[in-house]
Write a protein that binds this ligand. Structure first.
Ligand code: NAI
Ligand code: MG
Length: 352
């Protein structure tokens, strides 16, 4: 039975990094006989240019029928002045919401060979292995937006059900790891955060008594993440806090360019994408780091297709490429996107 993967390259470096990941997926397909089929669709700014909307109906329909979705990134200065409702980023929010992708899982593991690529001290970050579960379809990104006179309004709203379901996903993930969950909020100030903390506390006590739960305020967490990152296992937080904290966490990993993610809901296809954006400053130069997207493809094989061995093979090949110094500029190296991709493929083909 073939597996249908919709590829949404998007804008900027998006098409460059998704092409790299598809090359790697085709290579593992040859080795593990996964019968992967790829279909590219217009999305983001490129879709605005061609169809006057960031998420054309044909693209959404293809995503709904797919077995999994691989996404690059969207946005860029070219579309900075189009109306907010049809900005590339609005297409991404609409896609996440239409597919019910409420749990965005962002793992962070520090590679030995990248310890010096981080601005942080080696002895503080060595051995860091954490996962941030970011709520992805609620909160301030989806609330009412308005201009009233000289003021602007962004509404932040969370329902109990939205908090419960992401808490359950995070707690189940913690059970497969070190059984520790840290919930991040701003309960000393925000009403949504008070509801968040109450709900997490109740669900954990009733359904996950075996998982240790800790609550931290987001400002303190911003500090602990860089001062003692090894102390964390699974972190669950709301949409905006998760967005900010994971870019911060990228400093531990060495670069935004190496961080993968998965986004999933209760049913339907999951979506896999690097956590970085379209990086307009380096787009078209062939120097983008493809590792975050390649590692997202490995997450796809593991979570959407239960191909543990193929996923391990990709992750092993990326780790080896890093260890052998095949690094793009963001990690202090001199390799192009194509050189890093070719190295990963050659390691896969050599079965190392
Ligand atoms: P960004 O993540 O695109 O770039 C931040 C910095 O990291 C830049 O210096 C960039 O060159 C570098 N960088 C990012 N990914 C890299 C990679 N794979 N290899 C090497 N260097 C990399 O964030 P920025 O500049 O704030 O946003 C640019 C555009 O991307 C905006 O339009 C923004 O809205 C959009 N964006 C889209 C996202 C998505 O599609 N999921 C997520 C974040 C931003
Ligand atoms: Mg972000």
């Amino acid at each position: 039975m073939s597996r249908q993967i919709v590829v949404l390259g998007g804008d900027g470096i998006g098409p460059e990094v998704t092409a790299a990941a598809v090359t790697v997926l085709r290579s593992v397909d040859r080795r593990f006989h996964l019968d992967l089929q790829f279909a590219e669709h217009a999305f983001g700014g490129a879709a605005i240019d061609a169809h006057q909307e960031p998420l054309p109906a044909t693209t959404l329909a293809a995503c709904q029928q797919a077995d999994a979705i691989l996404l690059g990134a969207v946005g860029g200065p070219k579309w900075a002045n189009v109306p907010v409702a049809i900005r590339p980023e609005a297409g991404l929010l609409a896609l996440r919401q239409a597919l019910g992708l409420y749990a965005n899982v962002r793992p962070l593991k520090v590679h030995e060979a990248l310890l010096d690529a981080s601005p942080l001290k080696r002895e503080r970050i060595e051995g860091t292995d954490l996962v941030v579960v970011r709520e992805l379809t609620g909160g301030i990104y989806f609330g009412r937006k308005a201009r009233e006179g000289g003021a602007a309004i962004d509404e932040c709203r969370y329902t109990v059900a939205e908090i419960e379901r992401v808490t359950r996903q995070a707690a189940r993930l913690a059970r497969t790891r070190r059984s520790r969950l840290c919930s991040v909020d701003k309960a000393n100030v925000l009403e949504t955060s008070r509801l968040w903390r109450e709900t997490v506390t109740r669900i954990m006590a009733a359904e996950f008594p075996d998982v240790a739960i800790e609550h931290l305020l987001v400002d303190a967490m911003a500090m602990y993440l860089v001062s003692r990152p090894r102390d964390f296992d699974v972190i669950v937080t709301e949409n905006l806090f998760g967005d900010v904290l994971t870019d911060e966490a990228a400093a531990i990993a060495g670069s935004l360019g190496v961080m993968p993610s998965s986004s999933s809901g209760d049913h339907g296809p999951a979506l896999y994408e690097p956590i970085h954006g379209s990086a307009p400053d380096i787009a078209g130069q062939g120097v983008a780091n493809p590792m975050g997207t390649i590692l997202s493809a490995a997450m796809m094989l593991r979570h959407s297709f239960a191909q543990e061995e193929a996923a391990d093979a990709i992750e092993g090949a990326v780790a080896k490429a890093i260890a052998e110094g095949f690094l793009t500029r963001d990690l202090g190296g001199r390799c192009s996107t194509a050189e890093v991709t070719a190295k990963v493929v050659s390691l896969l083909e050599a079965h190392v």
